[in-house]
Design a protein around this ligand. Sequence first.
Ligand SMILES: [Zn+2]
Ligand SMILES: [Zn+2]
Length: 343
Amino acid sequence: MLLPDRMHAMVLREPGRLLELEERPVPRPGPGEVLLRVSACGVCRTDLHLVDGELPDPRLPVVPGHEIVGTVAALGPGVTGLVPGDRVGVPWLGFTCGACPSCRAGRENLCDRPLFTGYTRDGGYAQYAVADHRYAFRIPEGYDDVAAAPLLCAGLIGYRSYRMTGEGVARLGLYGFGAAAHIVAQLAIAEGREVLAFTKPGDRAAQELACRLGVDWAGGADEAPPVPLDAAIIFAPVGALVPAALRAVVKGGTVVCGGIHMSDIPAFPYRILWEERVLRSVANLTRADGLDLLAAAARHHIHTETTVYPLTDANRALDDLRAGRLTGAAVLRIGHPEGPSTA
Ligand SMILES: [Zn+2]
Ligand SMILES: [Zn+2]
């Protein structure tokens, strides 16, 4: 494949500012890396936290975007298992050291020296991106590039959060019904669980989407559930939902916080945590999570609801996400002047 020298990228120079369209050299893959010709990139709430300055120490300037779908355009030295033309997806966790205590204990999601796609290394709001080949997952057939993009973070973090609720959960509550929850809901329903969706109060569009996807109940997060929950996952970045979810789960129940950032959690009485209720967070992902989620999505024909924007409208996509004007997931479709991939 003939590679162009220059590409377009949307770049964050400083938190609190709009992304800027820049022309840059196409990056070259280093050892163990692949160059991807990006065709789609999901817009995640974490991108919003990055742009709004709610995440510490971003590498600036940075190209955001960590739900990358593209085809392999070039290989760096030492890459195995991928060839040019392969269609892959790249998630948030973009590199782990393999040597720190967490990596050695099989908890690479907690690596001491990680790189995060679109945060501490450049991401997919661009026509080309470089990625560690170990964190480039094959995209299952049956998903077009746009439909696959939300699986790579919303799906993956959602999946890890879902697994952390434990076995034997018959009734699952999802707080915040956006990109992650709409994927997890389908997975949980396919596995025979009852799902209750808690949206922003009055968000009829999200409640309708939840019902269309087959949940058993949808209502506002300010409402008490009609039945007690065995477990709950909080995807909305709203600390006040923690005591609400603890009140909604049965004794022994688990509440999982799936986001990277949350507003402060208000004080709550110990008795709503008492009786072995568990409150925990979920951080990042492992490669095993990636493989498991993509296989499960294909097996259960998980549908992703997407709103598509061109790359140059990344600021508008972020703004729509911030304002809650989106149902499902926002995805940038990345155009290439030389036409569709020749691979
Ligand atoms: Zn490590
Ligand atoms: Zn994300």
